[in-house]
Design a protein around this ligand. Structure first.
Ligand code: ZN
Ligand code: ZN
Length: 300
């Protein structure tokens, strides 16, 4: 039996964290992504209360989503690639605190953007990112993995190429190396010049290149179409089929065995960001995306 597809989205959290799970469940999803704290802040002081954990886990059970298929997206400001010591300390502490909250929630993985090599030296930046990963994993024991996300390649951001991601992971010591890895965002791949839209064969070559260079397959995919043009380094997500990638490349991706058994997360626009706190219904855009992806998953 081949592994299944576990498709989900980063749903709206109005009404609390548990509502993300209920809304994903309403959309027929089997995976989920969420924030555990406000993503514009470091969150290095915010803990998670046991009642919140309990409510979230109960909602996951109701939704039929297994905790290992939940990804927590770390705050965007946790730029552990930075060369500024004060900022690095705070970002690394934020990442460790995120691991603490996410481990308490029992989720499968935390994903994060490594940020910018402010000194323009990607090799040194890779070491700083690895140091932050190592520190976070040593501070918090448990099954939750900490995964690097590839970037759209704007400015000096680290993690645009497979070599850069491999370089980060190479500096993580063996004892904790198994608890880290990486994930690929399709919009970021496209925007940073990986031609995943060109043909099925080309897309497979690209995934092969990542797998061979890093030494392992991705731990998750973010399924986003791109508003920005190919190679534009713009990080703007649109609905699958509405951007430069188009719908068809997502059919190819779901036909690749590497898309099975891991979270496949839509980070595409929601139609209703102002949904009422107690409204657990699915977002209409999410339903549309699920219809498309379910078709692709079945190979029709
Ligand atoms: Zn992403
Ligand atoms: Zn993005």
């Amino acid at each position: 039996m081949p592994q299944q597809h576990f498709i989900g989205a980063h749903t709206v959290d109005n009404g609390g964290l548990h509502m993300t799970a209920l809304r994903a469940g309403s959309a027929g999803m089997r995976a989920l992504q969420c924030f555990t704290a406000i993503p514009r802040f470091y969150g290095d002081k915010s803990s998670i209360k046991p009642e919140r954990v309990e409510r979230f886990q109960k909602a996951l059970r109701e939704a039929g989503i297994r905790p290992e298929h939940v990804v927590v997206h770390a705050a965007y400001v946790l730029s552990v690639a930075t060369a500024e010591p004060d900022k690095w300390e705070r970002a690394a502490a934020g990442l460790a605190k995120e691991m603490e909250r996410s481990t308490a929630l029992g989720v499968g993985a935390v994903c994060f953007h490594p940020g910018s090599a402010t000194d323009g030296d990607p090799k040194a930046a890779a070491k700083r990112v690895a140091k932050a990963i190592t520190q976070a994993l040593k501070a918090v024991d448990g099954p939750t993995r900490l995964l690097v996300e590839n970037t759209a390649g704007a400015g000096k951001t680290v993690g645009r190429t497979a070599e850069e991601v491999a370089d980060i992971l190479r500096h993580v010591p063996d004892g904790v190396r198994g608890r880290t890895g990486y994930g690929l965002d399709t919009c970021h791949l496209f925007a940073s010049g990986w031609a995943i839209h060109e043909s099925q064969a080309r897309q497979k070559e690209i995934l092969d290149e990542w797998e061979q260079t890093v030494g392992e397959a991705p731990g998750f995919f973010h399924l986003n179409d791109s508003e920005g043009a190919f190679g534009s380094n713009r990080d703007r997500h649109v609905l699958l089929g509405d951007g430069g990638i188009g719908a068809e490349p997502f059919r190819w991706l779901l036909a690749d065995p590497r898309s099975r058994g891991i979270p496949l997360i839509l980070e595409t626009p929601q139609q209703n960001y102002e949904i009422a706190d107690d409204d657990a219904s699915a977002d209409p855009y999410d339903l549309r995306m699920m219809e498309l992806l379910t078709r692709f998953s079945k190979g029709v």
